[in-house]
Design a protein around this ligand. Structure first.
Ligand SMILES: C[S@@+](CC[C@H](N)C(=O)[O-])C[C@H]1O[C@@H](n2cnc3c(N)ncnc32)[C@H](O)[C@@H]1O
Length: 303
């Protein structure tokens, strides 16, 4: 067992490591999906690059499947604890932990060669907000070959328009106690943020639509899409709720759609100027993403 840490070091860990790690590590659906996928993808003797060690779950799964694993972690405090977890489980000789971002890795210096398999669980509620595409873009340029198997291999992002003053009020303000607070709206975020949609009263205004497909076997690039979405209810479009499906291979998927015990919340983007919708009419959605962020704009249009 590792030596106990001084109290000051424990406090530093508690401040430096985001608490969502615990819910994530205990998300059995996620863990089982990654276990199945990694056990299918990794063959004994494979060189595996695991991007984003966390506490070491995916690296340990890859090592147990027979891989020689190199895993990297950008948060130095997380890396310190992961090192202890890996040793405590007896995998110190099968896993090399590199306490750096994947975007700083160099083949030949940090890895003995291009990996047979890359595993990565660096996805937030809206799939791209933890800089997954940035890491993949770099991996395509510097780390992987055309034969490297990727877990996951891709994914999809879905969206749905909702009326919800409750969600809108998380990111915008109007008149409060007779005071006009709207100048403060300059500070509202234009991107999405995590929320459990079931905890907020909302009305669905249109069927869910597929926003972007991601194929991780190709280098990611910024994209813009315009979609015409038929509306099925009169209302006010305050926000878009988004969720992903990740393809882990062999039909194994994970998703943060809907309720349940999944640790990922849904991704919510509120509209600075909500749009009135009419059943039978349509709205135009302009969706843009670069390698780190995604935004949606909405306007009324004809069908
Ligand atoms: C969502 S957690 C997953 C941890 C572990 N792989 C698991 O599945 O339990 C992602 C971890 O990757 C780290 N991370 C994110 N992007 C990274 C990158 N490009 N290079 C290295 N670490 C990264 C984060 O600091 C975080 O600890």
């Amino acid at each position: 067992m590792s030596a106990e840490l001084p109290r000051a070091a424990e406090l530093t860990m508690q401040q430096a490591i985001p608490p969502w790690h615990f819910a994530m590590m205990n998300d059995q659906e996620r863990n089982h999906a990654y276990r199945q996928a990694i056990e299918t993808a990794v063959r004994p003797g494979d060189l595996v690059l695991d991007i984003g060690t966390g506490a070491g779950v995916t690296a340990l799964l890859a090592a147990r499947a027979g891989g020689q694993v190199f895993t990297c972690e950008s948060n130095l405090h997380t890396a310190f604890l992961a090192d202890r977890v890996i040793s405590a489980n007896g995998y110190g000789d099968r896993i090399t932990l590199i306490p750096r971002s994947s975007t700083e890795l160099v083949v030949g210096r940090d890895l003995p060669g291009k990996p047979d398999v890359v595993t990565a669980e660096i996805f937030d509620c809206g799939l791209i907000g933890e800089s997954a595409l940035h890491a993949l873009e770099h991996a395509h340029r510097e780390l992987i070959s055309s034969t490297t198997r990727l877990v996951p291999s891709g994914g999809r992002l879905w969206a749905q328009l909702v009326e919800s003053e409750s969600l809108h009020g998380l990111n915008h303000v109007d008149v409060v106690e007779g005071f006009d607070l709207r100048p403060f709206n300059v500070a509202s975020t234009r991107g999405y943020f995590p929320r459990r949609i079931d905890c907020h009263p909302h009305t669905v205004l249109a069927p869910a639509f597929r926003l972007f497909d991601f194929t991780f076997g190709e280098p990611p690039v910024p994209r813009t899409r315009q979609l015409t979405v038929p509306v099925t209810r009169d209302g006010i479009a305050h926000a878009a709720v988004m969720w992903f499906e990740l393809d882990l291979g062999n039909g194994i998927t994970v998703s943060n759609h809907g309720a349940g015990s999944c640790h990922w919340e849904q991704a919510v983007q509120t509209f600075p100027a909500p749009v009135t919708t009419k059943a039978g009419a349509a709205v135009r959605i302009t969706a843009r993403h670069d390698l780190c962020a995604l935004t949606l704009d909405v306007e009324r249009t004809r069908l």
